[in-house]
Write a protein that binds this ligand. Structure first.
Ligand code: NAP
Length: 746
């Protein structure tokens, strides 16, 4: 995190001891940390804990954590917008942001991640991230995970730590093929009763109509608007402006002078009532039955009372669709508590009340009208995004609890209707964001509600891949991160000492670059890395245990040739002296591995180098890097060796990452051994021309590495390194690696 040591880190007092524990750990790492009930508005560095204290937490307490976090964010919003800083939210919804549906009551606190994603959009100068820690982790481990994230985390917006300590980042995946039918759940039968909040109007009404065309059902439609009578003489007029004019003229004729807002209210009530009647008529024409109840779903008792007579008439409720929602955009810093509550509770309290109402019903379908704002955050919509995110995750929990039910939470992008009025349409057009056509969106809903893709609970609909979309819309992406190396703590440094200096391994820089590029665009696959260069290695004397700050700078540009995105990256010291540079390209699926001849074991010349001496005399690597197991064959233009994944126990978490850095280092170690064999000199890699790794690879067992020397002289050699798994499939390639000899010193 940038500025970690430049300003105090404020941690809100969670009341369960985590805040104090974290503050102690930060102080132990020379960071000023302050635990405070109320974070001052001038705070630049904030850890916002949203974990309920003690054991007594319940749904209400968990829900309240969202409001607390919003207030904390609002307190510092002015500073974050103007000055920047970092803001880290911490929740405890299973370590996976509630994706597994096992977050218990805490699922009702899942809105924190969406607050972070919205804040990230509203505060472009600040570094914002959401963290989720599994509740079974000890406070000690939780504090450690938060520190790890502050000191060494990447650009991922949502990072979780599971019960076993595994670190995960959340991204989007392409949906499965459509029309996949599966057993194991019941679909709605003709004449089943379906309770629908917000179902009489807007895009939910469109969706119900498409569903009704597939099967006849009984719909109980809920909305706050009352079914006011049609005004005489106005029945042909649909346009809001015209109606306002007609209402004003009529009032004048009657000698009345109502204020414009009052007239607007009347017109809207008239239009709402017409829309409700139209929906009922259309549903009936499609063969279903429908009844409208004017009730506010946030009022639990009123809701129960209103629904009772129809439940008695039509029987148990079999489907629940939560389509009610309201919008009132305002940036975090300007939003009042009451405004937040209104938007938030329509979705959250409404859903809770609807679930309680149907607790005893054998539901076959639960569907929520959520929003892409929950996934991506949206300026002015922190309350809306948070509430929708909670619905997403409560839906997942419902799926766990009701195995036979079909449960869906649709994270819709903007539609061509409903709450997207003319002004919003214009805004989306200027952003290059396509709107979901009403017929297509409704048809999609109906298909899914009838069982297409039953396994996918939370679906994002109608948006291009987020990374690509924002890039294409011209959003520039540049970042500057601080990374703190902690000699004496980082095993990758301790186990990588040349003579009396720890040296940052090149493969680790490759991993940082890969991870940062990926986290900029979580929806896009990484194709390959290019031109990774050591400009001036980072070396730290073995007696020097002072933390060392590095700055990683990045800039994303269009990669025309690859039709994707190229991220330029550079590691510098705080004064701007460059240490490493490289690029990663994202876009298409990882570039297909160029076929390389499979390795030949036991080739013509056995590679005779005593195993015991490999890590004593030739290679300087400590235990976590000791992956060379056997040398097979060697010749003047290359060689083959066997590497092995280190055991779980030996493997440092830093080394078990996206690019398999420890194995890649094993390949570079083979190159160093080859250099000794033919030139009797130590050597070090200074450049990797191209790098690709398959995201699907085994993480265990033997790996064969083939070294092909392409050029050589007494100063340097250039080689390709190919890595093969147990099935002889090539899963990683380093091409055009430049390796330089040295005599003494570095
Ligand atoms: N349209 C989009 O582009 C879009 C995109 C993403 C997600 N969504 C979601 O899709 C759903 C429908 O959106 P829409 O565009 O169709 O909005 P809309 O036209 O404004 O309709 C919202 C519906 O919710 C009802 N409602 C609001 N508060 C309620 C309450 N407290 N109790 C009962 N009913 C309530 C409204 O009826 P009353 O006013 O009569 O109460 C209305 O029927 C919303 O949940 C929205 O978040 C829409």
């Amino acid at each position: 995190m940038p500025g970690l040591r430049d300003y105090p880190v404020y941690v809100n007092n969670d009341g369960c001891g985590l805040a104090e524990k974290l503050a102690d750990k930060l102080r132990g790492r020379e960071v000023e940390a302050i635990v405070s009930r109320r974070i001052p508005s001038s705070a630049r560095n904030v850890v916002c804990l949203g974990i309920a204290g003690g054991q007594s937490h319940d749904v209400a307490e968990a829900t309240e954590l969202n409001l607390d976090a919003f207030r904390t964010a609002r307190n510092v919003a002015g500073t974050m917008e103007k000055e920047g800083g970092f803001f880290l939210t911490v929740q405890s919804t299973g370590g996976d942001f509630g994706l597994s549906g096992r977050a218990g009551h805490q699922v009702w606190s899942a809105g924190l991640a969406a607050l972070a994603k919205t804040a990230a959009r509203e505060w472009p100068r600040a570094f914002v991230k959401a963290l989720d820690l599994d509740f079974s982790l000890s406070l000690e481990t939780m504090a450690e995970c938060i520190c790890d994230e502050l000191f060494g985390g990447g650009l991922e917006k949502e990072v979780g730590y599971l019960a076993d300590g595994t670190r995960i980042a959340v991204g989007l995946a392409e949906s499965g093929p459509k029309g996949e039918q599966e057993k194991g759940y019941d679909t709605l039968a003709p004449c089943d009763t379906v309770l629908v909040s917000g179902g009489a109007r807007g895009v939910t009404a469109d969706s119900l109509l498409a569903l009704a065309k597939k099967k006849p059902l009984r719909f109980i439609l809920l909305g706050r608007s009352s079914l006011t009578q049609e005004e005489e003489g106005l029945s042909g007029e649909e346009d809001e402006k015209q109606l306002t004019r007609l209402f004003s003229e009529r009032a004048l004729r009657l000698g009345e002078s109502p204020a414009p807002p009052e007239i607007r209210k009347k017109v809207r009530a008239l239009l709402a009532a017409r829309e409700i009647r139209r929906t009922i008529t259309q549903l009936k024409q499609a063969g279903s039955d429908a009844c409208y109840l004017a009730v506010d779903i946030t009022q639990e008792e009123a809701l129960q009372r209103a629904v009772l007579p129809l439940r008695e008439k039509w029987g148990a409720i079999r489907g629940l669709i939560h389509g009610a929602g309201v919008l009132a955009d305002k940036r975090i810093k300007d939003k009042k508590d009451e405004q937040f509550q209104r938007i938030f509770s329509t979705k959250v309290k409404g859903f809770r009340n609807l679930l309680r109402l149907t607790e005893g019903d054998d539901l076959k379908l639960i569907a929520c009208f959520s929003s892409a704002a929950a996934r991506e955050g949206n300026i002015g919509q922190c309350d809306y995004a948070m509430a929708n995110e909670i619905m997403n995750k409560v839906a997942r929990q419902q799926k766990k609890a009701r195995e036979n039910a079909l449960v869906k939470s649709f994270n819709w992008g903007p539609w061509e209707g409903g709450m997207v009025d003319a002004a919003l349409k214009k805004h989306f057009a200027s952003q290059g964001i396509a709107l979901i056509p009403r017929i297509a969106g409704a048809e999609f809903f109906a298909e899914e509600a009838c069982g297409a893709n039953p396994r996918e609970v939370e679906v994002v609909v109608g948006m291009a891949r987020p990374g690509a979309a924002s890039f294409m819309a011209g959003e520039t992406r540049e970042f500057r991160l601080h990374l703190v190396l902690e000699p004496g703590r980082n095993r990758f440094l301790e186990d990588h000492q040349i003579q009396d200096h720890r040296v940052v391994p090149m493969v680790l820089v490759n991993e940082w670059f890969h991870r940062l590029a990926q986290s900029l665009y979580p929806g896009l696959p990484v194709s390959h890395g290019e031109d990774l260069r050591v400009l001036k290695g980072v070396r730290i004397h073995q007696l020097d245990n002072d933390p060392r700050t590095l700055v990683i700078k990045g800039k994303a540009v269009r990669a025309e040739k690859e039709q994707g995105i190229r991220v330029h990256l550079q590691v510098e010291d705080p004064k701007g002296a460059a240490h490493y540079a490289g690029q990663f390209v994202l876009g298409k699926q990882a570039a297909l591995m160029k076929p390389v001849d499979p390795p030949e074991h036991g080739g013509s010349t056995p590679w005779e180098m005593e195993r015991a001496r490999i890590y004593g005399d030739y290679l300087f690597h400590g235990p976590s890097f000791q992956v060379v197991r056997q040398l097979h064959s060697v010749h003047a233009a290359g060689g083959v060796g066997r590497l092995e994944w280190p055991s779980r126990k030996e493997r440092d978490r830093d080394l078990d990452l996206a690019t398999a850095p420890v194995l890649m280092d094993g390949g570079l170690q083979l190159a160093r051994l080859w250099g000794y064999q033919y030139y009797r000199k130590p050597s070090l890699p200074m450049k990797i021309g191209r790098f690709c790794v398959s995201p699907k690879r085994q993480k265990e067992g033997p790996v064969h590495c083939q070294l092909t020397v392409l050029q050589q002289n007494k100063h340097k050699f250039v080689a390709d390194l190919a890595f093969f798994n147990r099935e002889q499939a090539c899963f990683a390639l380093m091409k055009q690696v430049e390796i330089y000899f040295y005599n003494t010193g570095l």
